[in-house]
Design a protein around this ligand. Structure first.
Ligand code: AVJ
Ligand code: FE
Length: 440
């Protein structure tokens, strides 16, 4: 997909912008206007805020910065600035009502299509390979995932329907042994990779073992049944304090049902199925489960080596299966399905080392705090990722059923607070391997 300048790049950008917008429309047309302005959880924005914020970012970066055009609505910049307006306060703002928000994003988009006809992709670094357009596509798709999480928190009757994910095609269990050695982490070449994925750099890891699949509901339910939520031995000090204070007893959206569990997914009750990856757990819960099974969370580098490193060539791939963009057989991405697929459902997505379902299904918590790769430079602005570097956030990898393929690849990095679980978060475990075991 090397489209340095031609028609191909323009067409590709137009398609990706349109694809993002139709997803946004599905998410915002599914409910009435009263529902769009309501706050479904203090953790989330009203859907109408996400909608106009998407348009405002597109205006700032494409219409004004790349295009050098007159502002469409400079007066609303403050309202839709995520740093100035904390989520819990957004419903009280004088937001554009739904019809005006829809008209605003449409006006901005018209100007962007006009700009796209005229832009010269070689002009400046911001537009090389269409980067600024790609950034805006990914931004809208990320908000579309956030809006899907808002829908999951909404009470009331279901408004979405989707076919269930595919059934298992192969049996997957146990762990995969990854030999000690170097691999290339991050990228210099993926044209739409964001600043925090760059630069490519060599990382040496000692041998380790990583689960061949994400931790399932069945395995996680065993942790609950064994009293895992009542035993501080498995929890970090901060995790135990949070477990107590928040009264955690099971993943978000789970409720006891007879001997087992049921959970609410987009307005419908379903029995918790044992072979699906667990979703809606915080980093603290993931860490406690891993301790209970005598393992730990993988580091971010361990996750990426398992996902990208090809022992036959020594190269790091864009995705576990190769360099080609995901298709429906590779991974459960793109909101085609509304929950994670059972383990073994995507044999075509396996990594060279034999690790399954790294992309799609659930975002996977890693033990790593969010920081820049060695040699990081903020581009095009510090606010995308650099201001979040430090000890507060943990990195998640791989994308979920709610993530679009444009906002997800082997190098893509997501981050959140360790208490968060309204996102589509799960995990897999890893462990150190002694030299004798590694040599076997
Ligand atoms: C990368 C998902 C953590 O939602 O806060 C959206 C993406 N950045 N608008 C977020 C993002 C600016 C970001 N995450
Ligand atoms: Fe945003």
């Amino acid at each position: 997909t090397d489209r340095p300048d031609g028609v191909g790049l323009r067409e590709h950008i137009a398609t990706e912008l349109a694809r993002a917008r139709s997803r946004t429309e599905v998410l915002t047309d599914a409910v009435d206007d009263a529902d769009l302005v309501r706050q479904h959880s203090p953790l989330m924005s009203p859907l109408v805020w996400d909608l106009a914020h998407v348009g405002n970012q597109e205006e700032l970066w494409l219409v004004r910065d790349v295009g050098g055009r007159e502002p469409v609505r400079q007066d609303i910049d403050e309202l839709y600035d995520a740093f100035k307006q904390p989520r819990r306060d957004r419903p009280a703002l004088p937001l554009l009502p739904p019809p005006q928000a829809r008209a605003y994003v449409a006006t901005v988009r018209d100007k962007v299509f006009d700009l796209l006809d005229q832009v010269t992709f070689t002009d400046r670094r911001l537009v090389t390979d269409g980067f600024a357009f790609g950034m805006i596509v990914q931004h809208e798709q990320q908000h579309d995932e956030t809006m899907l999480a808002t829908h999951q928190l909404r009470s009331g009757p279901a408004v979405f329907d989707a076919p269930p994910p595919p059934e298992p095609r192969v049996r997957v269990d146990g762990e995969v042994l990854v030999p000690a050695g170097e691999f290339t982490m991050g990228t210099d070449t993926d044209p739409w990779a964001l600043d925090n994925e760059r630069p490519a750099h060599r990382v040496h890891l000692p041998a380790y073992a990583i689960d061949a699949a994400p931790v399932t509901n069945g395995a996680y339910a065993a942790f609950i049944a064994a009293g895992g939520y009542r035993d501080p031995r498995w929890w970090s000090a901060a995790g135990w304090a949070h477990r107590q204070e928040a009264g955690l007893t099971a993943p978000l959206h789970w409720h006891p049902d007879g001997d087992g569990w049921a959970y609410r997914r987009f307005g419908r009750w379903a029995l918790v199925r044992d072979d699906e990856p667990v979703v809606h757990v915080s980093w603290y819960e993931a860490q406690a489960y891993a301790a209970w099974v005598g393992k730990r969370l993988p580091t971010e580098a361990e996750w990426e080596k398992a996902a990208r490193w090809d022992p036959a060539t020594g190269r790091s791939r864009r995705y576990p299966w190769g360099d080609e963009d995901p298709t429906t057989t590779h991974a459960n991405l793109g909101q085609r399905h509304l929950w994670p697929a059972p383990v073994g459902a995507y044999p075509a997505g396996v990594s060279p080392l034999g690790v399954h379902q790294l992309m799609g299904d659930v975002w996977e918590w890693t033990s790593t705090t969010f920081r820049g790769h060695p040699g990081f430079t903020a581009f095009p602005y510090r606010e995308y990722s650099e201001v979040f570097f430090g000890d507060d956030y943990r990195v998640l990898r791989g994308g979920s059923f709610g993530t679009d393929r444009s906002a997800c690849r082997g190098t893509f990095r997501n981050w959140d607070y360790p208490i968060r679980r309204q996102i589509f978060s799960g995990f897999r475990c890893a462990r150190d391997v002694a030299a004798e075991e590694a040599a076997e």
